[in-house]
Design a protein around this ligand. Sequence first.
Ligand code: SF4
Length: 312
Amino acid sequence: MPWRVNADFYRVWISEIMLQQTRVEAVIPYYERFLGRFPDIAALAAAPEQDLLAAWSGLGYYSRARKLQAAARRIVREGIPSTCEAIRELDGVGPYTAGALASIVFGLPHTAIDGNVLRVISRLTNDPAEISAPATKRRFDAVALTLLDPVRPGDFNQAMMELGATVCKPRLPLCDVCPVRTFCAAREAGTERALPVKRKPPKTREVRLALALFRNGSGIYLVQRDAGQSRLAGFWELPAKELFPGLRGRVAAEFSHQIVNDRFRVRVSDCRVPAELPAGRWVKPDEMDALPLATITRKALSAVRNAPGFSA
Ligand code: SF4
């Protein structure tokens, strides 16, 4: 992983925030671009919000980027925190991230328990408790603390996460090659595939989204979410078709996109430009990368560009 080379505070911190809710393979290119654009804490603290959101575009959960910058500004004022408790006070940092930073960067004896580690502990101890329950998390944290190597806590935490990600996998744990199989109670009991016990996820809700594509030469018309909108404030997107009663157009692209429990069925229609447009701007393809675009907008523009018979 690129963040394991020169594991300084900034690099590990950025990687841990990006890895919340996003897979490792998806994070790596974003991480490298982000560090190229904001090479240190001062650069991140000073970045205009639009540049920051543009660099985060596609990673989702954009409040992470805003909290990251708020924390960077605090660090510029107060210095890099070097205890787990002080790290925990930064915006966007929960117990897992604070433990990871304290142990990996400063070698402090704190656990870092992510979903992978929870799964490993539930199997090592053959514990059938539901893993999102606070009491279960507290119990598993106590187990992790008894296992933690006080001399190399950062390596221990990373090894536990790696064990969960690559060997003690959710559906098919690779017990035959597992380095801790002789200590594993679930393996002994034959219950490894039944663990961990998880709450049933809420039902997926289907949301239909109709977007209007207006073209003018090589430009595409985008509108910006205003600051009053809690989700994606400041982001640019295709206008919703419902803003133009009676507007018709040829279907240029259709696709699905899942955000947590919402499955969006998105239809993009190529429409004639109406006489009046809401506040927005014409954007050329080579200007898109500099703008914050939510994943649905990126997918829509890419689907349209790849649609047969379409030329932007
Ligand atoms: S022996 Fe199997 S269930 Fe136990 S920790 Fe290893 S991979 Fe997981």
